[in-house]
Design a protein. Structure first.
Length: 119
């Protein structure tokens, strides 16, 4: 990844994803329902890479490359969905992180995997 890519915002990536879709006239298939399902399918493809593997199993360059592709697929589907619904994904992530800060104060939950209503 070069420096230019490091500085790309989510909205710039969203523009690139939208252009890719527009060039192929795929927007007609991109209903929020279809895109939400696509997010789940791509997340499942990511999960499949780890199915039946042990936690300590060695990471191979091939598996890492395949995981990167599936993670990219998930994000591309999310960017298509945010574009279609008009949801500002960057703002949504920032808002959710702020909410999580309140739900999970670091001084109360550090080192614990409990849900917010269990501590
Ligand atoms: Mg995929």
């Amino acid at each position: 990844m070069n420096e230019t890519n490091d500085l790309k915002s989510l909205s710039q990536l969203e523009d690139e994803v939208r252009a890719f879709s527009d060039e192929r006239d795929w927007g007609q298939f991109h209903s929020p329902r279809n895109l939400a399902m696509a997010v789940s399918v791509e997340a499942s493809e990511l999960l499949e890479l780890y199915l039946w593997s042990a936690d300590g199993e060695a990471r191979t360059p091939e598996r890492t490359a395949r995981a990167a592709e599936e993670m990219a697929d998930v994000l591309i589907c999310l960017l298509n969905l945010s574009s279609r619904t008009g949801i500002d994904l960057q703002a949504a992530v920032e808002a959710k992180l702020a909410k999580n800060e309140e739900k999970y104060p670091a001084d109360q939950v550090r080192g614990q995997a409990k849900k917010y209503d269990e501590y």
